[in-house]
Design a protein around this ligand. Structure first.
Ligand code: FMN
Ligand code: MN
Length: 490
């Protein structure tokens, strides 16, 4: 399936929403069609297999036993670097670091484009109101063996509006099916959708929400990426595409709904209406947040396309699909942020897949002045793109490839002095999903955790006296490896 480096298949292909995107990846041989798999275990099992293999195909399920045979489920959309590239409008054939770097260049100085309201769209092909809403007709898989319910929302997003200034946010927050017209949804503290909800609840009002289960893949990528406070993910998608996202004013809530979405619900949540949510297999590789009472969304309307496609992106033990595409996007965002903070000479950033692209962050720098390395550590660990649920942040010299774990751990092992090279930050931003939050902390609602900031650079003051590295420099070595490659052939 590897493709030679070639121009992007064209914004014109990837731009037309999920249906065209699927046609495009099918044409590339990237889509497996599976008929007759069940929602109890088989779809979850296939997702687990595909998501844990790098550069693997996507899979689409139909004829799911017990459901309308035309209703479909899609998994592993972003399990291949070329599919991420296609969605971002970048060329095929790039490695993950190169892709991240090109992405960073693309998002520099982006010009936000607000969504455009249209009267109608394919999402309105089927409309149900009130008692006619029945979410149990969708083939919602049990994704992980110990999930406490069926999660209709994984490859999905919630649309909310800030009651103060009308800023519209799209955020991917998991959604559990309670019954035919109610769902439970979990949002971690500090996320934009949660802030919006809190504001309505503090005013004693219900919180209007529209949820999208299946959409243009770039809209989904935007909604699970750390886009700045106050920026609508719709505007961000518009900026990348160079054209406005088409939305319909939701008949119930007035929230903007993507005109070509697959499945959309609209409804309201109230502060006094909570129900048990979870456990759910989470991105850390655990069911850490177990089950708690969370707000319920009462669904007043359901809209879906003909032959709807429920998009699944269940997170699981990293490295998985979710961790891999987020590593590409988030590493670029963090490097962009460090640039904007005015930190000079950052040579590379990688948010490692093993840490779910959150818990193990590495930055390489060309050291310029005393304190440069610590400045990078503190800013990187508390930036918008890396602060939430972080754990370890490491800074290395520019001769180390930050995306190569072996090189990074060699630098940590040989250039850091544990007694003097590690700063600890206490009580930083975390989440009930953090498996290392103690039972006592949970009891009192303390969802904070510590950070270790590891300076694995040669110490600035005596860097010239640091023992020389005993292998040839990278470029000399690459040339030698090419010259002697035949020695390694069978
Ligand atoms: C598959 C998937 C599931 C996610 N589930 C949740 C969730 O249940 N709750 C949550 O707070 N964040 C979840 N996230 C992370 C958020 O989507 C992410 O932090 C995003 O930036 C939130 O949007 P916001 O920045 O507008 O708040 C999930 C991400 C992915 C990729
Ligand atoms: Mn946001």
């Amino acid at each position: 399936m590897a493709l030679a480096e070639q121009p992007a298949p064209g914004a014109d292909r990837a731009d037309r929403g999920l249906r065209e995107w699927l046609e495009a990846i099918d044409g590339l041989g990237h889509l497996r069609h599976i008929s007759g798999a069940d929602t109890d275990s088989e779809i979850g099992e296939v997702a687990d297999v595909l998501q844990h293999v790098a550069e693997s195909p996507a899979a689409i399920f139909d004829k799911i036993p017990g459901y309308d045979p035309t209703f479909r489920v899609l998994v592993n959309s972003f399990g291949h670097t070329d599919r991420i590239a296609m969605t971002l409008g970048l060329p095929f054939g790039l490695g993950k670091v190169e892709l991240s770097d090109q992405w960073r260049k693309k998002i520099k100085n982006m010009k936000y484009i607000p969504p455009k309201f249209v009267k109608d769209g394919p999402v309105m092909e089927n409309v149900y109101r009130g008692n006619d809403v029945d979410l149990t007709k969708f083939p919602v898989p049990k994704w992980h063996p110990l999930d406490g319910g069926r999660y209709i929302g994984t490859g999905s997003f919630d649309i909310t509006r800030d009651p103060d200034d009308n800023w519209v946010n799209l955020g991917t927050y998991r959604v559990m099916l309670h019954d035919k017209n109610s769902v439970g949804y979990y949002i971690s503290p500090g996320k934009h959708g949660r802030m919006h909800r809190q504001k309505y609840f503090e005013r004693g009002e219900r919180c209007p929400v529209a949820m999208v289960f299946g959409s243009d893949p770039l809209q989904f990528l935007a909604s699970c990426t750390e886009i700045p406070l106050g920026v609508s993910e719709y505007e961000w998608v518009g900026a990348i595409r160079g054209s406005a996202v088409e939305v319909i004013e939701g008949p119930i809530t007035g929230l903007p709904i993507p005109a070509d979405a697959e499945i959309v619900i609209e409804g309201y949540a109230s502060s006094d209406d909570l129900r048990m949510e979870g456990p759910f297999g989470e991105w850390t590789g655990y069911y850490a947040s177990s089950s708690r009472k969370e707000p319920v969304l009462h669904v007043e309307a359901l809209y879906h396309r003909n032959d709807p496609i429920l998009v699944g992106a269940p997170p699981a033990q990293p490295p998985d699909e979710v961790a891999r595409y987020r590593a590409v996007l988030r590493s670029a965002l963090l490097r962009d942020e460090l640039d904007r903070f005015g930190v000079p000479d950052v040579t590379g950033v990688w948010q490692h897949e093993v840490g779910g692209a959150r818990m193990f962050t590495v930055v390489s720098i060309k050291q310029r002045y005393p304190g440069h390395a610590r400045q990078v550590l503190h800013l990187a660990s508390q930036s918008r793109s890396a602060a939430y649920a972080g754990r370890y942040t490491v800074v290395v010299d520019e001769d180390i490839d930050p995306s190569n774990l072996e090189e990074v751990m060699w630098a940590v092992s040989t250039r850091s002095d544990p007694a003097t090279s590690i700063d600890i930050v206490n009580r930083a931003w975390s989440t009930p999903l953090d498996p290392r939050i103690t039972p006592d902390q949970k009891e009192v609602g303390d969802y904070s955790s510590s950070r270790a900031l590891i300076d694995a650079c040669r110490p600035w003051e005596w860097r010239d006296k640091f023992p020389p590295v005993n292998v040839p420099p990278r470029d000399v070595r690459a040339a030698a490896r090419k010259r002697w490659a035949h020695l390694l052939e069978d």
